[in-house]
Design a protein around this ligand. Structure first.
Ligand code: HEC
Length: 378
């Protein structure tokens, strides 16, 4: 994004900055290609697990299959994984007959996995009862489990009309702004609607302070002293815990973690500047294949995620819950690239010096296993 920032952050290397600025993007692009392959790999593996013949038949619109699927979806004795796969198939086929079952599932407790899967696709249907069911049960059935809470808020943010219900809940103090994950706030910010923009500024202005470029440079210099200074060896095993809490939902390192961001087990790990630039300024340079997009459908649904596939037939987005959303061209109202990374800023907030050393010794350690921090390269 901003070349000056690139130069000032890489200038921390004390090397001729021109060379770094040129070298960095080339290496990064190679990594990006692996990242996309990873996503596609996960996609294929995920689908083959859940797709049953019945789900496929539902997607083709076969009436008998639809009737059977609806029976299974409403059957509380049926396997939750199968019910989830069939709700997804029916939603993907745009079959509104599944709405009563969706409302019933969201109106009860338990079955966390099933409810998460249903929340991820329920936004396909323009039916206010879905939103009110989630809102009414928010405190009792969704707020207590982080994954469910995220999925519930992401759903409510996914349709312009439902967003108004959110504001009312926030005003009444029943839903709190700090419960929203960054991607949901980003999704709200992306509505081309001055009213929504004003409300977002109002509710989140103090929650997510973004550093200015000058502050980022200063913060990078401070952090670098903490993590590479004398006696800066942290405990990689403790660092792994911080990684699990703050990074692993999106990144793989040593085989642990998600694949929303690029795999981090690469050769630049020994370079503190690689980490500091990546963490302090995620939007500085957005890798090909990792750009954030909003997809608005003609049905009114709006989604935020990575663009996994786009061709003449349509586009596929992968949201932060890992859910794939495929839309045919004629159903797409707009597809817009956002100038910001899906990776939020401020991820190191609240870590003291000791914790920072632990995290970075885990990030920079030489190999899997063993907790010895690595020698610093410089
Ligand atoms: C919400 C998902 C998410 C979380 C959480 C997250 N990241 Fe990222 N990260 C991404 C995405 C997406 C990219 C690719 C972004 C881009 O190019 O803008 C990325 C890019 C990076 C990069 C640059 C990689 C490269 O090859 O240049 C680094 C380094 C990084 N992340 C480190 C971290 C660390 C360390 C944490 C935890 C403290 C973390 N990330 C947490 C999503 C995330």
């Amino acid at each position: 994004m901003c070349g000056d920032e690139a130069r000032s952050l890489t200038a921390l290397n004390n090397k001729p900055s021109g060379a770094d600025v040129q070298a960095l993007p080339r290496r990064r692009n190679e990594r990006a290609i692996h990242g996309v392959a990873d996503i596609v790999g996960v996609l294929v593996a995920g689908n083959s697990k859940l797709d049953t013949d019945l789900a496929l038949a539902v997607k083709t619109g076969n009436a008998e299959a639809v009737a059977r699927a609806l029976r299974i979806v409403g059957d509380e004795q049926a396997a939750p994984e199968l019910r989830a796969a069939l709700v997804q198939a029916l939603a993907e086929a745009g079959n509104g007959q599944v709405v009563p079952a969706i409302i019933k599932i969201l109106g009860r407790g338990g079955l966390v996995g099933l409810r998460k899967a249903v929340l991820a696709v329920a936004g396909k249907f323009d039916d206010a009862r879905i939103a009110t069911t989630v809102i009414t049960g928010y405190e009792a059935r969704f707020a207590g489990e982080p994954g469910l809470r995220d999925a519930a808020l992401r759903l409510l943010a996914s349709r312009r009309e439902w967003v108004n219900l959110l504001w009312a809940e926030i005003a009444a103090g029943r839903i709190r702004p700090r419960e929203f994950s960054d991607d949901v706030v980003q999704q709200l910010e992306a509505y081309p609607d001055p009213g929504v923009a004003a409300a977002v500024r109002k509710h989140w202005v103090n929650l997510r302070p973004r550093l200015s470029s000058a502050e980022k440079v200063a913060e990078a210099a401070r952090l670098k002293k903490v993590i590479v200074g004398r006696g800066a060896l942290g405990d990689a095993a403790r660092g792994q815990t911080h990684f699990a809490q703050r990074c692993a939902s999106c990144h793989q390192l040593w085989g642990e973690g998600g694949s929303i961001g690029p795999e981090l087990t690469g050769y630049e790990r020994g370079n503190p500047d690689f980490w500091l630039t990546g963490i302090l300024d995620p939007s500085l340079e957005i890798h090909e294949g990792f750009g954030t997009y909003t997809l608005t459908l003609t049905s009114g649904e709006s989604l935020l995620g990575l663009l996994v596939k786009q061709d003449a037939n349509g586009a596929t987005l992968r949201d932060l819950a890992g859910q794939m959303h495929a839309a045919r061209t004629e159903k797409i109202a707009s597809l817009t690239a956002l100038p910001v990374s899906l990776m939020p800023e401020g991820l190191l907030a609240g870590l003291d010096d000791a914790a920072l050393r632990d995290l970075f010794s885990y990030l920079m350690k030489l190999q899997a296993g063993g907790s010895k921090a690595m020698r610093m390269i410089r």
